[in-house]
Design a protein around this ligand. Structure first.
Ligand SMILES: [Zn+2]
Length: 267
């Protein structure tokens, strides 16, 4: 077989967008909970618009909903809250890698990262199932397991471990700098095989394609639940005396915030 591949490389400029809410505790406010979601998709190619509605306008909107809720709350969280909409995820996590290298908050004082990067499974119906990518690595896993039942949400392990999702989205840029991180995926009730098939079908027809647009059947209560769980989880991280830690059983156990050494390849 003969394969001819043609590449064109272009340099472009894009921006991350960041906002923050100052914490209320005189000591803890120097530390921050970092929320992230990538707002880029593929722009316009060959006259077609790649809207990226599920991946990742949904995640970006959920993050903004959390920011809005905190800013309207009568009480302010103890630690500060940083909201980071990153660019260039689809082309190689460029925005998050840049922020991790040139952070606008002292990286040693970033308590945790909560990331949202969707494949749209949270709009299939009411969210009753959640996956916390990275849950097995840090104390954030137990925190999610504690918060989710209040929303009648069942936390399950990664349903597609072969795809190594944990290593493929923006939170991993922060993991490399030693920050315990979690990416939350919402899904409906019922057998995971059913909604997993729906994801797989969608991936074939719409994922990273012009077809990723808002569909009439989307159930908006799902994203609402994802945002609510995220808001409570973020609030708890903000209120807890000490920052989340890596678990002794994790391959990141010895990692410290501020790390600049390259991590060994994941096997
Ligand atoms: Zn994405």
């Amino acid at each position: 077989m003969k394969i001819v591949a043609k590449y064109e490389t272009k340099k472009v400029t894009a921006s991350n967008v960041v906002g923050y809410l100052e914490g209320s505790d005189p000591k803890l406010k120097s530390e921050a909970v970092l929320f992230s979601a990538h707002y880029d998709a593929y722009g316009k190619e060959n006259g077609k618009i790649y809207a990226g509605a599920a991946d990742n306008a949904l995640g970006t909107a959920e993050m903004l909903a959390v920011a809005e809720a905190y800013s309207k709350a009568s009480q302010k969280p103890k630690r500060s809250m940083v909201f980071l909409a990153v660019t260039g995820e689809e082309y190689g996590l460029y925005g998050s890698k840049y922020w991790a290298k040139e952070p606008t908050w002292d990286i040693k004082k970033v308590a945790a990262n909560l990331n949202l990067d969707g494949i749209g499974s949270e709009v299939y119906g009411a969210v009753k199932t959640m996956v916390g990518y990275g849950a097995e690595h840090s104390s954030l896993g137990a925190m999610l397991a504690d918060v989710a039942p209040a929303f009648q949400v069942n936390v399950i392990p990664d349903p597609m471990p072969d795809e190594k999702v944990f290593y493929r989205s923006d939170h991993y840029s922060f993991v490399e700098r030693g920050v315990p991180s979690l990416m939350i995926l919402g899904a409906p009730a019922g057998e995971k095989e059913v909604w997993m098939k729906r994801i797989k079908d969608w991936e074939k027809t719409d994922y990273h394609q012009p077809g990723d647009v808002i569909q009439p059947g989307w159930a908006w209560e799902g994203p609402e639940t994802v945002a609510e769980v995220m808001a409570i989880l973020g609030w708890r991280i903000s209120e807890t005396d000490s920052m989340p830690i890596w678990l002794g059983t994790s391959r990141f156990a010895k990692l410290e915030r501020g790390n600049t050494k390259e991590l060994p390849e994941e096997k």
